[in-house]
Design a protein. Structure first.
Length: 173
């Protein structure tokens, strides 16, 4: 279950937020770095006070809409076509995704749910990517969205994720 914690930026107050990551309790302290002119996430073990990790606060980009998702049984892969990128932030998404580029995407809110999850995808062009799927996932009933989620604790936590988007932290599980 995802825990959503809103964050109101302040370079005056240093918020300390209790979080549970990989089943253990931690304190997440958000500090403003004057030299770098950005926020940093500091994770400390709640029981011992030991420092675990410090990472810059990285905001995940907004999800992108999907035009189509089709399973190709000859490739054993799903081919996803993204909608028009004209509204995406500069630099244009099309300018930074090249054919053959590998990107980890998270697909959300699809039906059937076999399409949902994190996949290592290969771009065929700026708007089309593919990822392997061994069994037929079924025909898409509801098209979801594609996100590139930046997990700030993936180097130290085995299962938990700490994502920042839309002005809030999302902690899983």
């Amino acid at each position: 279950m995802t825990t959503v914690l809103p964050f109101i930026p302040s370079n005056i107050i240093t918020p300390s937020i209790p979080v549970t990551l990989d089943g253990d309790d931690y304190n997440m302290v958000i500090t403003w770095n004057v030299s770098a002119q950005r926020y940093y996430i500091n994770i400390y073990n709640k029981a011992t006070g030991l420092w675990i990790i410090t990472v810059p606060l990285i905001s995940s980009p907004p999800p992108r809409t999907v035009q189509s998702a089709i399973y190709d049984p000859f490739l054993n892969a799903v081919v996803v076509t993204l909608s028009d990128p004209s509204w995406w932030p500069i630099p244009s998404y099309a300018a930074i995704t090249k054919p053959g580029m590998i990107v980890d995407y998270t697909l959300e809110n699809f039906s059937p749910t076999t399409y949902n999850g994190k996949f290592r995808c290969m771009h065929l062009d700026p708007l089309v990517f593919t990822f392997p799927m061994v069994t037929t996932p079924g025909e898409v009933v509801i098209l979801g969205k594609v996100s590139r989620l930046m997990n700030m604790v993936d180097t130290v936590m085995k299962t938990s994720t700490l994502i920042y988007r839309n002005g809030a932290f999302e902690i899983n599980p």
